[in-house]
Design a protein around this ligand. Structure first.
Ligand code: SF4
Ligand code: SF4
Length: 177
């Protein structure tokens, strides 16, 4: 509040200069768009998949599981369910059964009568592989896992016992070319 006899304060002096405000606004807009402008002048990085499939490191384990066999053909899986218990996503279902002299499928006392992996749940963490006491389960480098139904995403034992097809040969890949 002005004292008596003091000249009133000029309203234009109390306000920031219009020019300074304009400069600040333009600077802020420029700052906001800086990422966009930088991207405009960058070289495009377009993956030509599936025409070009970059090679993976030889020991990459990032894809579908494989149930392994011993050299004599017997399954390494003994149906112990440790992989299913270790799985944080509850993606594995195992039902074990006893081997008999007439029907021996694995090298242990038991074998996996049912073995399923649900790839809608699996997060490829590899904990199941770590948990397996017989090294029956490994991750391959085939990451082409696309399905047309929920049922297709559940792999059965007979599928997991087969090595996956080479990358780029999955059904439907041709349409992408
Ligand atoms: S890789 Fe991980 S998420 Fe997938 S089945 Fe194994 S433990 Fe479960
Ligand atoms: S894959 Fe390994 S951990 Fe899983 S049931 Fe078979 S033997 Fe047990």
């Amino acid at each position: 509040m002005n004292r008596p006899n003091e000249p009133p304060t000029s309203p234009t002096r109390a306000q920031p200069s219009v020019l300074a405000a304009l400069v600040r606004t333009v600077l802020r807009i420029g700052q906001g768009f800086s990422v966009t402008f930088r991207q405009i002048f960058r070289k495009d990085v377009t993956k030509q998949y599936p025409k070009v499939i970059p090679p993976l490191p030889p020991r990459a384990h990032v894809g579908r599981h494989l149930l392994n066999r011993h050299q004599n053909g017997l399954e390494k899986c003994i149906g112990c369910e440790l992989c299913a218990w270790a799985c944080p996503a509850d993606a594995i279902y195992v039902q074990g059964a006893d081997n008999t002299e007439e029907n021996r499928l694995s090298a242990g006392e038991r074998y996996a009568e049912v073995y399923q992996i649900n790839y809608l749940r699996c997060i490829m963490c590899g904990l199941c592989v770590e948990a397996c006491p017989t090294r029956a389960l490994t991750l391959t480098n085939n990451y082409e896992l696309a399905f047309e139904s929920r049922q297709d995403a559940i792999f059965e034992k007979w599928q997991l016992l087969e090595p996956p097809a080479p990358l780029g040969t999955a059904p439907g890949t041709e349409e992408g070319k």
